[in-house]
Write a protein of this length. Sequence first.
Length: 458
Amino acid sequence: MDKIWGQAREELLRIVGADSFATWIEPLRLSAIEDGTAQIACPTRFLSDWVSRHYSNDILTVFEQMGSQVQRLQFETRAPSPPRRAAAAAPAPRPSVKTPAMARASTRATEDEMSSPLDSRFTFENFVVGKPNELAHAAARRVAEGGPVTFNPLFLYGGVGLGKTHLMHAIAREIQQRQPEARVLYLSAEQFMYRFVQALRDRTVMDFKELFRTVSVLMVDDVQFIAGKDSTQEEFFHTFNTLVDQGKQIVISADRAPGEIKDLEERIRSRLQCGLVVDLHPTDYELRLGILQSKAEAFRAQHQDLQIAPGVIEFLAHRITSNVRVLEGALQRLFAFASLMGRAITLDMTQECLADILRASDRKVSIEEIQRKVAEHYNIRLADMIGPKRVRTVARPRQIAMYLAKQLTSRSLPEIGRRFGGRDHTTIMHGVKKIEELRSADRSLAEDIDLLRRLLET
Ligand SMILES: Nc1ncnc2c1ncn2[C@@H]1O[C@H](COP(=O)(O)OP(=O)(O)OP(=O)(O)O)[C@@H](O)[C@H]1O
């Protein structure tokens, strides 16, 4: 079982990412596989509920990929046997954010568990600065240099893969190096919630509060995760206030601006807005070029025989515009391919080796995707997008979808009309005009549209 689970964990780590893995998958063990059912031991009921609701599909997919006969999962709440490191696929231990002061504290075990490990690649030196991220970078540097707290919190936001986590790790690492006695606690909002719920269950809330309220710097990644989770928000709010009152620095990241996070309590929203809010804009050509050049240089420092033909880096910077993570992935694949084949990286080879990525970044948004995203965003049924209902709560999102279809696709008005349940092109024209007018008058609608557009374009 350990061997199978070790293999499955490796794959799960890749799928769910290091943070979610450490929080949700790491504590699980595979106890048996019988008649197509995998029995998975979870240390707490909460964990088993959460994992079964959010990660069952991922786990089943991984079993399927491994060629196993597992069809169902059964979660049991019982203390798992201690993990066997040899079979485990947990990430190699990386330095975690803890300090000598933390080690002396009586709650040491909890603090160690609480902080997320830092990725050693995510430093300021490795962060390439360009127009789209210069403000975020400057603010992050300022916070990392320490000194009097000038803006609190620092709120960094931006789309997927644009460097938020990189900057957060760089700040944490730099503070740690400059002020070894500072207690920096860095974790994701998901982990904050998990630890809080665990403290509630174990009746150790006072320890939890004490721990969070005595740190020097609190850094919380992906704060949008706590939206809609009432008691976690409440606890976060109090922690936040106590630290700000004590003049302690807080750094927060999210995938959108505080004003755009739905189901976030108003008082938290306004607290988050009262420091410095900076965003990481989508990359431009120059920044992509800079990032590619710096990564290629780093790679060539270790593989001197690697040849990259002129124009390849420029070609990639021009063609792959989605985000830095995709850009990095493309480059890594190219390097791996070139060293395996012992070939120089030419333009032809790049096109052949990255055909799928290049096709995907060519991809145009479809009207169906627009309808689906808009329906999800406004919580209406997808069928209402094409149906006849005229109530405002349905008609307005429908018009927004029409507007986005006009903006983001090259379809004609009659074609769009057909996809909206056979409506006439004049109805589409009217919808598009209406939204254009409302956009300039209604700020929150304009923000909604920008958000949807970003979601659809990434
Ligand atoms: N300006 C940059 N210079 C160098 N590397 C970068 C830059 N921006 C992003 N990266 C790299 O791109 C990858 C994705 O960045 P990161 O994980 O920080 O994104 P993110 O904004 O946190 O995304 P997500 O919301 O998906 O977590 C990382 O490997 C990071 O090192």
